[in-house]
Design a protein around this ligand. Sequence first.
Ligand SMILES: [Zn+2]
Length: 134
Amino acid sequence: MCNKAQLVVSFCQQSLLVARTMCLKKTIRRIAVNEAANSTAPEFKVAAVIHRGKRIYVKSVNVPYKTHPNGSGIYTTCHAEVLAIMKAKNIIGDLAGMSIFVARISPLGEIKPSKPCPDCMNLILKNDLIPAWT
Ligand SMILES: [Zn+2]
C-alpha cells in the first residue's frame, strides 16, 4: 500500500511525464509549422517531419506541379509526406515505430487542418509510421 508521500511523488512523476510529452508534441508541431513556410506551393503549404521522440530525421515540404509517384494522379503537388518518407527510407531504411507529423499553413501563415490524403495515409501506415497532424 502507498503512503501519502509516495502517492505525491508518483503523481509528480506522472505529471512531469505528461508535461514532457505535451512539450515534445508542441515542439514537433512548431518545427513542422515553421518548415511548412518553406513550401513554394502557392496555396497549400505543407510540411512533414519524421521523428522518433525528440530526434528529427527528415523534414520535407510539398512541391507544386509534381504528383504522387504511385498515387491516383489527381494531385497538383507532390505531397510532403511522400517526399519525407522517400527521403527517410533512403537514410534510415525501416521506419517502423517512428512518427510523422504533418502541418499545413495558409499563404498568410495561419495553421490549417492537414490530415494526410488517402494515398499518403496508405503510405504512412504501410511504413508503420505513427501519424499526427495539425
Ligand atoms: Zn497526400
